[in-house]
Design a protein around this ligand. Structure first.
Ligand code: CA
Length: 524
């Protein structure tokens, strides 16, 4: 791209972002006559008109800040020149005022998935080993390495063995308000569709989070009639627990052997599973962004939004999340709620999070990172406007709280922190079977539990990280492709990845981040 190019998001905007790789020098003249007063880095903003001191700076047709001094046309508009607007109050919001036109159902799209007894569908066939407490992590990891090398080759239909390691379980105020969040998160992750209902637990014995508190009777699926006294009620399903402090264990190898023996029973059943053709409506997609830049909201996130609409039309479930990145657009979301109850639930989640941040004496502005700012995002308002577009244009049909399991189709707001690892962990608990992640600055993010499709916002990133990024949405900025082109490309890739026909780069290299539980309660 040699011709100077800027991108405007809305006709009412008075700033645009510079699209050219490497940015543009002062004195650059655009085809319409706009001349740069300053050097402007790529993805950073330029004033399209003279903006007086105190004047509103608008992008996405939203005020992202107020000018701290006169900003003549052609000025580089960066975060030090802007005062951030106050957060919108959570009263007097528009409630379910917009009825997005219902789009034609998208029929005939399928993928090859693993159907579970509870009706959910997995995109991978993984043995997950749940842990009640961090104390057992080393022993479990040792056993998992041996399971991978000694047992897994005998069970070729099983994709992987994953230890669900975490830092919770003891040394925590387990009855404090908020403690139910990490506990239900762990429970619901153990029941993720990619694990086939094969719940297996390693416990220490003396920890606060006892196995029956983590997975009480009734919460475990029946996977085998041998496990139940009376087939048909899962109240009787026996929880499979290896307890390290059990008197029967003499020596370390006895513990490892016990985990391996139990694992083999689950591997046998998992290995008997086969993929079958299921409708695209069985996808449960979690979308998020991380390492964002000003292109995130121009290329990758709008393409995700387009794909979100396709998924909703296909009858699938799509979750968008990240409270601090939607907080400044709450009016856009409450107005798009399908019912007043959904709008109220959204407001409740925002209010809860405002109070949570307030306890730490910060607000939503603590979200932005040095990299975001270097990438042209001046503040959280601008970042939020670019983040929210991942949700597309459909009506929002439901809201879930952190760690809850999703039980409905359509576009869902899953309230989570914006932290990449915590958001991913909570979307896993909600039942996500496919993850889409957009990035502008670049992150090698991945999860062991579910495939992660990564989308680059810029050509330059896609080129340099050619074996880490699955989709290049930078082609939208250069004009090679439209948002719809990339949205459809993403949809098709999702069906291929969900079917196991294609692996994501993160799967290829086995890149995965730790599960990080959201624990708003005190530790002791
Ligand atoms: Ca994030």
């Amino acid at each position: 791209m040699s011709k100077p190019l800027y991108i405007t998001m809305h006709e009412a905007d008075n700033v645009a972002i510079v699209a050219n790789d490497g940015g543009l020098p002062a004195g650059t003249v655009f085809p319409d006559g706009l001349t740069l007063v300053d050097k402007v880095p790529q993805a950073h903003k330029v004033a399209l008109v003279d903006i007086p001191a105190g004047g509103a700076v608008r992008r996405y047709n939203v005020t992202i800040g107020y000018a701290l001094k006169d900003l003549p046309r052609g000025t580089w508009v960066h975060e030090r020149l802007l005062q951030m607007p106050e957060a919108r109050e959570l009263v007097g919001l528009p409630i379910a005022t917009i009825k997005p036109p219902v789009q034609a159902p998208l029929e005939g799209y399928t993928f090859e998935g693993y159907r579970n007894l509870d009706g959910s569908v997995g995109t991978r066939n993984i043995l997950a080993i749940t842990q009640t407490v961090q104390c057992v992590a080393g022993v479990t990891d040792f056993a998992v390495q041996r399971i991978k090398s000694e047992l897994l080759p005998k069970y070729p239909n099983v994709d992987d063995v994953v230890a669900l390691e975490h830092t919770y379980g003891c040394g925590v105020a387990i009855d404090a308000p908020g403690a139910e969040i990490p506990i239900r998160t762990l429970r619901n992750i153990s029941l993720n569709p990619n694990f086939g209902g094969e719940v297996m637990v390693v416990s220490l014995g003396c920890e606060k989070l006892q196995p029956e508190r983590l997975l009480p009777p009734g919460s475990i699926p029946i996977v085998d009639e041998r496990n139940v006294a009376d087939v048909g009620t899962n109240e009787e399903a026996k929880l499979d627990v290896v307890c390290l402090q059990d008197d029967a264990h003499v020596g370390f190898m006895s513990m490892v052997d016990s985990i391996m023996r139990q694992a083999e029973e689950h591997l046998e059943r998992l290995n008997a599973r086969r993929r079958e053709t299921v409708p695209a409506s069985e996808l449960v997609v979690g979308v998020q962004c991380g390492g964002s830049d000003a292109f995130s909201g121009v290329t990758a996130n709008p393409a995700v939004g387009y794909c979100t609409d396709l998924l909703v039309r296909a009858g699938a479930s799509v979750m968008f999340s990240e409270v601090t990145e939607v907080r400044d657009g709450i009016d856009q979301l409450t107005s798009r709620a399908s019912t007043p109850e959904v709008a109220e639930a959204m407001i409740r989640e925002m209010a809860w999070y405002d109070a949570y941040l307030d306890k730490g004496r910060v607000d939503r502005s603590a979200n932005t990172t040095p990299g975001n700012k270097k990438g042209g995002l001046s503040n959280i308002v601008e970042k939020a406007m670019g983040s929210i577009v991942k949700s597309g244009s459909s009506a929002i049909s439901g809201v879930i709280s952190p760690g809850e399991k999703l039980k409905q189709k359509g576009l869902i707001y899953a309230a989570t922190p914006a932290s990449d690892f915590i958001c991913g962990t909570l979307q896993l608990a909600a039942g996500m079977n496919l993850h889409v992640f957009t990035t502008g600055r670049g992150t090698p993010y991945g999860l062991a539990e579910v495939p992660v499709i990564k989308v680059a916002t810029r050509d330059d990133l896609a080129r340099r990280w050619h074996d880490l990024m699955d989709i290049n949405a930078g082609t939208i900025a250069t004009g090679e492709k439209t948002i719809a082109d990339v949205g459809w490309e993403m949809f098709q890739l999702m069906l291929d990845v969900a079917s196991g026909r294609k692996k994501t780069w993160a799967e290829q290299w086995k890149l995965h981040n730790a599960l990080v539980l959201f624990n708003p309660a005190p530790v002791t």
